[in-house]
Structures are given as structure tokens and as C-alpha cells.
Design a protein around this ligand. Sequence first.
Ligand code: AMP
Length: 293
Amino acid sequence: MTPSHNIQNLSSLEQLQQYQNQYKDCRIGLVPTMGNLHSGHLSLVETVAAHCDKVMVSIFVNPAQFSPQEDFASYPRTLEKDIALLANTACSAIFIPKNEEIYPSNAALSIYNLQNYPDVEPLSKVLCGVSRPHFFDGVVKVVCRLFELVQPYCACFGEKDYQQLLILQKITAKLFPTIKILSSPTKRNAKKLALSSRNNYFDAEQLEFATQLPNCMKETVQRLVSCQSKEQWQIILKEAKKHLEKYFSIDYFEVRDNDDLQLVESPNAKLNARLFAAVYLQDVRLIDNNPIT
Ligand code: AMP
């Protein structure tokens, strides 16, 4: 880790352009975030740093990926703390665009509509895409717009949001084929709960409850790995869901293929699959995934 005491805050497109001019011979790596940073985000900074000359972190709470009922207004915004956290990392610039810079009224962002890409769009229709139909379209829009503005050499996304990572890998290969997409493993707290900005909504007791999710997922994966029959496979998933229902309201708890996200309903295809879960603890949504290995 290279402590950087000269982080530049880029809070306009002019400042972004000055930075790009200043480092025009450097490979810039981008870490897109919505802020409220934790060590999961910082691990992406480290991953990117190993592949490029300058690391830029963007902080933008993207309205397009929230539905009107979701927590856009209350999403934690902690810019000063985020800047302080990044000061001890390899990050050299923080890009903090304004809404009208990401979504100018005259920009032709409709080219980034997922429905234009029929070989990618199906990936956005399962798992999180069922209960959050707006979500991946919003994510793809903001990331493509950031790629258009920053023109990074590479960008990194977390495996915690595996479906998002997969969709962004596919869309980038089509629209920005020169940008290298990197990924970073899920960072967890001491009790194995995946770090997430939304964990901040929990009090101590809820945080303890929340750890039931990674514990149950780990145990389920272990059982699935040694599972021999389709019947047993279904029973293992059913029992796990029954256990989770004591603590959460379940959105999905499914095994799907790593590449096409098709349902895996028997042990036959388990070597290239993962267990995906989304649950609500009160109103707070938690997601996680684990490879079946
Ligand atoms: P967010 O700010 O939540 O939109 O996340 C920005 C990036 O950080 C995304 O690529 C996420 O997948 C990644 N990320 C979030 N939480 C974690 C975590 N616990 N471990 C690794 N990466 C994460």
C-alpha cells in the first residue's frame, strides 16, 4: 500500500480533464463507488493499483439504480470520512461528479439501455433483477457514463455483487473493449458478514442476526458440495431457507451457473456454480454469494 498525501479531489468535469491532461501518459484505473467507504472498497483500490499507474475512485450515489420506494434519500453520504480513508491508500484522485454531469439532459445515454443488448439483458432479469427491475439498467448507465468520461485503462468491481460484475464484464466487452475489468473477492467482518454500506442501518443486535446469512450459506455450500442426488439437493436448499426464514424475509436463495446465471437444480452442474442469496432484515436488503467449492 502506497500512502498518498496528494489525493486530488475532482469535483467537476473541468477538474477531471485537468487531471487527465496532467497524467496523459499514465494508465488510470477506476473504482466506481457510491461512497460510505469500507475496507471492501479499499480492497478494490489495492487490486486496481497493481494493474495501473494512477488509481481514481469515483463517488456518486446513482439515482438511476434506486426505485422511488428505495433508500436513495437516506443512503449514507460520508464524503469527509471517505476522503480521510482514501488518504491511506494508493488512490491518487477522487472523482465526485454532479448529477447533471453524469446525466446531462442532452446526453445520448439511451445507447446504454440494457434492452439494446439481447445477449446481456437476460442476466439482468434473474436474482436481484426480479425484485429490482430498474437496478441493472441504472448501474450500467452510470458505469458506462463514467467510462466515457474517465476513459480508464481498467476498472474493478467486487464479487460481492457478482451479478453486477458479470453484467458489467459483458457490457464493457461490447462497448468499451479496451477497458480491462478486474474483480476483487468479498471482504467480510470478523463474523463473516459481507461488508456493505447498508450494514450501517443495523444496531448491534441486528448485526448479530445478519451473520446468520453467511453462516447458513457456508453450511449450505458444504452440504451441496457433497450432495449426490437431485432430491437431496432440493432438500438441502429447502432446509436452509426454512432456517433463514426465522430471521429474514427471503427474496431469493438459489444456486446458479457462474457464467449464464441459469438455475442449477441438481449436483450435475455444481462445479461452475454459486449459491446466491438476497434477504431482508426488517427493511434492509442483504445480498451475498458463495462459490460451490
Ligand atoms: P457500492 O459503493 O456499494 O456501489 O460498491 C462499489 C464497489 O465496491 C462495487 O464494485 C461493489 O461490488 C464493491 N464492494 C462493496 N462491498 C464489498 C465487499 N464487502 N467486498 C468487496 N467489494 C465490495
